[in-house]
Design a protein around this ligand. Structure first.
Ligand SMILES: Cc1cc2nc3c(=O)[nH]c(=O)nc-3n(C[C@H](O)[C@H](O)[C@H](O)COP(=O)(O)O)c2cc1C
Length: 347
């Protein structure tokens, strides 16, 4: 797809724009709605989905469930409409988590094509190919950051996906697999693919998240983009905790179009705003999270699936930390087995 085409939402974003990073096991449809309520980013990403699973009958069901943006979103939207008196009810509401980009990973170009074709029908605003995941299993399967070591295959995956969809295609990657200097050949290759956007997590696969992000390389990366593909939006990722930090980076590096925040939401779910939430606000937000959890569990159970309770416990720390007695409160909550019990502890 031509990066300047009218369907390319990336071209219509403010500068700088902020993105909620894709995080497996975290940024599912429920948590994305929670972040949207606290303070929405300009763009959402789904967790990543494997293209070869998507291409198999068995895996397709699970993949579609992971990529489900319609059901819960529209229910939450209609609830919001009911309670939001300030809104003009004649104005059609946009999906709460729009624009939303589906992230996919794998190494089989044909499967990238099939998945891209199928996702075009599901209401996504764009498609992102993961070329940065450091997970051992993902890399062993040839996907994520392993594609940095097989650049021809990476190019083919992009080309096959693009052949089958008119959605704008972006890539999220790292500086290199083993050495930082790899960016000097890897990033130009990606910019030559006429991508709508490229997110660079400023570390190598080998560095995982153990060293600080290499911000000092930003000017050189901006220059590579400007020389090769000035229409491709450049997004920087790594150690950016909130909107204020992103704005500071934007002043320092005006060539960057957008900033992606991942773990910052664990410190403050309001990180896409400059607002410092009170304890009461965080408790309210957690109760909202629980309501959405119940809605999603109900929705999936109607379809014969399950929305497991245990992972919900990982989120408790986000809402209840850093005050006297928070540790004891969390310990009590960890013993709960239902959302009802959690609500009782809060009361
Ligand atoms: C729990 C967790 C899950 C992640 N899952 C994904 C994923 O599915 N796709 C992806 O591209 N990156 C994934 N990442 C990486 C983040 O998107 C981001 O690149 C990384 O956390 C660095 O940004 P940060 O310093 O703002 O957190 C994940 C990170 C974490 C902590």
């Amino acid at each position: 797809m031509n990066v300047a085409s009218a369907e390319n939402f990336w071209q219509n974003l403010p500068k700088p724009f902020l993105i909620l990073a894709p995080m497996e096991g975290v940024t599912d449809v429920v948590f994305r709605q929670v972040v949207a309520k606290a303070g929405r980013p300009d763009v959402f990403f789904t967790e990543f989905t494997n293209v070869s699973s998507f291409a198999s009958e068995k895996g397709k069901h699970d993949a579609l469930e992971r990529l489900d943006i319609a059901g819960l979103s529209s229910r939450v939207c209609s609830e919001t409409l009911k309670t939001d008196n300030s809104s003009n009810s004649n104005t059609p509401r946009k999906n709460l988590e729009s624009p939303i980009v589906a992230q996919i990973w794998g190494k089989n170009p044909e499967h990238f094509g099939e998945t891209a074709a199928a996702l075009s029908e599901l209401g996504f605003s764009g498609l992102d190919i993961n070329m940065g995941c450091p997970d051992k299993h993902v890399n062993k399967a040839g996907g994520g950051a392993a594609l940095i070591k097989t650049p021809e295959l990476a190019v083919e995956c992009i080309a096959k996906a693009r052949e089958k969809t008119s959605l704008p295609i972006s890539v999220k990657t790292r500086l290199g697999f083993t050495y930082v200097e790899e960016y000097k050949t890897w990033l130009p290759l990606l910019f030559r693919q006429n991508l709508a956007a490229l997110t660079v997590h400023l570390r190598t696969r080998k560095e995982m998240s153990k060293v600080p992000a290499h911000y000092k390389l930003i000017p050189e990366i901006v220059k590579i983009r400007d020389d090769i593909s000035p229409n491709t939006k450049l997004i920087i990722n790594g150690d950016i905790m909130d909107k204020n930090q992103a704005l500071e980076l934007s002043l320092k590096y005006p060539g960057v179009d957008g900033f992606m925040i991942g773990r910052g939401v664990f410190q403050n779910p309001y990180c896409f705003t400059s607002h410092k939430p009170s304890r009461e606000e965080l408790t309210e937000l957690f109760l909202y999270h629980l309501d959405l959890f119940d809605l999603r569990a109900e929705e999936l159970s109607e379809r014969g699936s399950r929305y497991p309770y245990e992972p919900l416990k990982h989120f408790i720390k986000i809402y209840f930390s850093g005050f006297d007695g928070s540790k004891e409160l969390r310990a009590k909550m960890m013993e709960c087995k239902t959302t009802r019990e959690l609500r009782e502890v809060i009361r």
